[in-house]
Ligand binder design. Structure first.
Ligand code: ADP
Ligand code: MG
Length: 292
């Protein structure tokens, strides 16, 4: 490898806000065959907004929101922050909860006025044997429209659903298309619901959607591709994504993401533009041609 070609390549990258951590990365990125993306915050903007609140039993819409705000307030998850933001918009007071803890990939559990409060996905409801019969139809309808839905269960029964929508970033669809033109296979790995993930996958034209994956299992998806002989990159922004970024042949971190992701990544996209993924690969390929 000629050091000059590498230096020039890294320099061009830097000018475009594509940070290569080492010379080996610039060479390695040229050989990629498949590329995985985290959904929330990577393919999408990652700032969901509450779109629907559906109350059940004797609860009012505002009641459901107030209880959900109490349970989600301690959480830093984007879905939780969106619920709290909605509560603030409606000027609701934020109540305290007790015995709070978070279950990664499921949601939160705590006690609210002496009763157990669960907020999270349908897997969380199944895990705690909550009957979802009454809310199932609403849930399916919301999922089909691409909305992530949280179940709110208090004292063992579902008291409401809160649906949230996250929009796809402007450049995502074009970025995926350009990667296909370079001959790469693309896939999404997400902890979100299968239906919701499929809707987003169709919107952006990604090859494969792998959904309902727990944070600790994201790594095994990358391994599966590697076992099939693929050179794989993973693009992500969250703390959850760091192990998968480390497992991938090339980890690519979004500049607006968490520090953990940026420290783990081999490449950092400072401008948060997914089109820079394809630019980075082309730069690597050009550099390699000059080396040979
Ligand atoms: P992603 O892979 O999109 O980053 P996570 O692994 O963080 O997703 O979460 C997966 C799923 O777990 C979410 O889509 C949501 O259904 C549920 N979940 C996790 N934390 C929360 C929370 N604080 N409130 C509601 N739902 C949550
Ligand atoms: Mg994310």
């Amino acid at each position: 490898a000629t050091p000059t070609a590498i230096m020039v390549g890294s320099g061009v990258g830097l000018n475009r806000g594509i940070l290569f951590k080492s010379a080996a990365v610039l060479e390695g990125i040229a050989h990629l065959q498949a590329i995985g993306f985290d959904k929330t915050g990577t393919l999408t903007k990652g700032t969901p907004e509450v779109t629907d609140i559906i109350p059940y039993a004797d609860y009012s819409r505002q009641n459901v929101l107030k209880i959900a705000v109490a349970g989600e307030n301690p959480s830093i998850h984007p879905l939780a922050q969106a619920v709290v933001a909605e509560g603030k918009k409606e000027l609701l007071e934020i109540q305290e909860v007790e015995n709070y803890h978070e279950e990664a990939g499921y949601g939160v559990i705590c006690s609210y006025e002496g009763q157990t409060l669960l907020i999270g996905n349908i897997k969380l409801m199944h895990k705690y044997k909550i009957d979802v019969n009454e809310s199932e139809r609403d849930f399916q309808r919301l999922a089909e429209s691409g909305r992530t839905t949280s179940f709110i269960a208090l004292g063992g029964q579902v008291i409401g659903l809160i649906a949230l929508a996250d929009v796809v970033k402007e450049s995502t669809k074009e970025a995926i298309k350009r990667l296909h033109q370079l001959g790469l296979k693309t896939f999404m790995i997400t902890g979100d619901n299968k239906k919701v993930a499929t809707v987003v996958g169709e919107q952006v034209g990604i090859d494969e959607v792998i959904a309902e994956i727990l944070p600790q299992d994201k790594i095994s998806i990358i391994k599966k591709y590697q076992d099939q002989g693929f050179k794989v990159a993973m693009v992500g922004d969250g703390i959850n994504d760091a192990p998968a970024l480390a497992q991938a042949d090339i980890g690519i971190a979004i500049g607006s993401g968490t520090d953990v992701a940026k420290e783990t990544g081999d490449v950092v996209l400072v401008r948060n533009d997914l089109l820079d993924v394809e630019r980075a690969i082309r730069l690597g390929r050009k550099t390699l041609l000059k080396i040979k």
